[in-house]
Design a protein around this ligand. Structure first.
Ligand code: C2O
Ligand code: CU
Length: 473
């Protein structure tokens, strides 16, 4: 499915264009949620101007009825307290993606908590051990449609001593599947063809919930750009023109600063990349941020205004301080294989499903299952592995399918090993494993509880690609 920026032109056909006034960008809500004063997050229907102002509003589901939901900000080592109130007609939860959290607060329905029924609420309260860029979203079985309707938001944990920057900018990218009436295409929820291919791809890209995002900066400013993909399935490729940013963190965890270079920034579902960039140039200049995986189009810009040009810093950014994450000293001896199978062009012949061996056709037709992990479709009864507290473990993620998969591990961050078994710089919580490729990761399993490991292409998860592991106390 081709991705594009919302545009009036393409939408005119068959559209009753509503004459709404100009809609300026929504004010960004910022909350410092503290235990004394929990932030009440209402998951509820709403409507928002996802498309251009000439087009209709789109009915969504969102936290406080907005997409994205409120930006939650906390201090490293501090506590976050959120009361989720479910004003939807379906059960929901909140998962705090990438936070090395107390297991009871991880928000995974049926694994760490009961789903929150319509009209009910749930109190989340947890400490945030790591500074960085994180996000939150529902985590019930088949939560894909809930995210696709707009339920997600960012959680930013600030460093005790922040880096030397002039502006901290959030750019949350999301793709939406919008129909001719400018509304969310709900007919395609649960579509098995999408599930067996690359997932449910959107056709419209928004940044911070808008058709186009403009960031104003002074010439010479040093910006931190927090790039977040909350797409369900699409792998974005972002071009930054002449900006030439440094990559300083991946999935919330610092890396040795290095230039992005000529290549586009590739960012899979659920991943985050923190950039630092100096905006050199004259007042009136601009830097476009484009999506370039297909026909390139601009999604956002940094516009230089006249205010007060300052000299561009002529030195690279310092490394962010590392978070207190334990990493294996060397590649762990204990290695667990996770073999991904199924999907279009390599359909499953059979797999275990709820304790029984089921043939591929029945799996697909009767149960909507088209993928398997280690021969099991859907959540297995037995954990993939059980680790002693503090045990180093390696996982070989073997992709025996024709599609990439964004594999996400809960409660921990992991290193990625290169072909020589040397750990790459940085830690991740989500890694894209290319078709027919194997990626080996390593972690110290030091967070007790039951944790999920799944594909974050949410239609893949719903149609088979999920499992769990347990860390003992
Ligand atoms: Cu972003 Cu299992 O989740
Ligand atoms: Cu997948």
């Amino acid at each position: 499915m081709v991705l594009r920026r919302p545009s009036r032109r393409e939408f005119m056909a068959g559209l009753a264009v509503t004459a709404t006034g100009l809609t300026a960008g929504r004010a960004r809500l910022v909350f410092a949620a503290t235990p004394a004063d929990p932030l009440v997050l209402e998951a509820r229907p709403g409507a928002t101007q996802l498309l251009t102002p000439q087009e209709p509003e789109t009915a969504i589901w969102g936290y406080q009825g907005n997409a994205p939901g409120p930006l939650i900000r906390a201090r490293q080592g501090g506590e976050v307290a959120v009361k989720l109130v479910n004003r939807l007609e379906v059960p929901t939860t909140i998962h705090w993606h990438g936070i090395r959290i107390d297991n009871a607060m991880d928000g995974v329905a049926h694994l760490t908590q009961e789903p929150v029924a319509p009209g009910e609420s749930f109190d989340y309260r947890f400490t945030v051990p790591d500074a960085g860029t994180f996000w939150y979203h529902p985590h019930v079985h088949g939560s894909g449609p809930q995210l696709d309707r707009g339920l997600s938001g960012l959680l930013i944990v600030d460093e005790a001593s922040p880096p030397d920057i002039d502006q901290d900018v959030v750019l949350q990218f999301d793709d939406w599947r919008i129909d001719e009436d400018g509304q969310i295409d709900t007919e395609s929820f649960g579509n098995l063809h999408d599930a067996a291919h690359a997932g449910r791809l959107g056709n419209v890209l928004t940044v911070n919930g808008k058709d186009f995002e403009r960031v104003d900066a002074n010439p010479g400013d040093r910006l931190r750009l927090r790039i977040v993909s909350t797409c369900n399935a699409r792998i974005l490729e972002l071009g930054f023109g002449d900006l030439d940013p440094w990559i300083v963190a991946l999935d919330g965890q610092p890396v040795t600063p290095h230039r992005l270079g000529e290549e586009p920034l590739v960012i899979g579902p659920a991943q985050r990349v923190d950039l630092i960039a100096d905006v050199a140039g004259e007042p009136g200049g601009r830097f476009a941020i484009s999506e370039v995986s297909g026909e390139p189009f601009e999604a956002a810009e940094i516009a230089l205004d006249a205010a007060e040009p300052r000299p561009v810093r002529n030195y690279p950014p310092e490394s962010l301080l590392p978070n207190p994450v334990a990493v294996p000293d060397a590649m762990p001896d204990r290695t667990i294989d996770l073999v991904m199978a199924g999907g279009a062009m390599r359909f499953l012949e059979s797999a275990d499903y709820r304790g029984e061996t089921v043939d591929g056709r029945t799996l697909a037709m009767d149960h909507g299952m088209v993928w398997a992990l280690n021969g099991v479709a859907g959540m297995p009864e037995e954990s993939l592995f059980t680790a002693r507290a503090g045990e180093p473990v390696a996982l070989r993620l073997v992709n025996d399918t024709m599609f990439p998969h964004a594999m996400h591990l809960h409660g921990h961050h992991f290193v990625i090993y290169d072909d020589a078994n040397a750990a790459l710089s940085g830690l991740r919580d989500t890694v894209t494993v290319e078709p027919r490729a194997t990626t080996t990761i390593g972690l110290v399993a030091d967070n007790p509880g039951k944790w999920m490991l799944h594909c974050h292409m949410l239609e893949h998860q719903a149609s088979g690609m999920e499992t769990w592991f347990e860390v003992l106390i």
